[in-house]
Design a protein around this ligand. Structure first.
Ligand code: TPP
Length: 191
């Protein structure tokens, strides 16, 4: 997994688990593969509730940071989940309150979950014959790291798996030491 390009979500999960520390609060809207990330301390991991519609993650991360401003809060989001979470408002609020959160966007330029559902129901349908599945396609690829230029944060795009540990270290330093929000735009492949 560690050499796979685009970055494999298992490698990304492994690197996040290694970098976050035991006390961090992780808000996971789908993309972190939690079976590959141990959470030894209670109340450090929050996944999407059954009632949650897409877009739950950003607001939840803001709430967690307000509740525990001294803790590192990491929001792991798919690009679809990020987009649905009203990111411009979310980043603005964090900046206004001076509460930095680390956002890690697993950017596969698609709603993979929707793609998977369509193909499982219609394995020989039109979607299966398309290079890019209609309705699930979020391309062309977006440069979400630039959102941080708008809101005074630290943004990086990560394409190579070997660059991820260093990028996580820099982003966590930006949040913890510089007190700036941060966003890593990880270009990832299929789960
Ligand atoms: C309000 C709302 N609309 C649609 C859905 C259906 N839905 C479930 S997962 C998903 C796509 C998530 O995309 P992304 O966050 O990019 O993760 P990926 O599936 O690509 O890993 C969608 C649209 C939903 N859960 N809630």
């Amino acid at each position: 997994m560690r050499g796979t390009v685009p970055i494999h979500p298992i490698w990304a999960t492994h690197c996040i688990a290694a970098a976050k520390g035991d006390d961090a609060i992780v808000i996971n809207e789908y993309s972190l593969l939690s079976r590959f990330a141990p959470f030894p301390k209670p109340r450090t991991y929050f996944g999407t509730p059954q009632a949650g519609g897409l877009g739950w993650g950003i607001g939840t991360a803001i709430g967690a940071k307000i509740a525990a401003p001294e803790r590192l809060v990491i929001a792991v989001l798919g690009d679809g989940a990020y987009m649905f979470g009203n990111p411009t408002a979310g980043h603005l609020v964090l900046r206004a309150l001076d509460l930095p959160v680390l956002f890690i966007v697993f950017n596969n330029s698609r709603w993979e979950e929707v793609e998977r559902a369509a193909l499982s129901v219609f394995p020989k349908g039109r979607a299966a014959q398309a290079n890019r599945v209609p309705v699930a396609d979020l391309g062309p690829e977006a440069h979400y790291e630039h959102m941080m230029a708008v809101y005074g944060g630290h943004g990086e795009r990560v394409e190579r798996p070997e660059d991820l540990p260093g990028a996580l270290e820099r982003a966590i330093r930006a949040v913890r030491v510089e007190k700036r929000q941060a966003l890593l735009n990880l270009i990832v492949g299929h789960r």
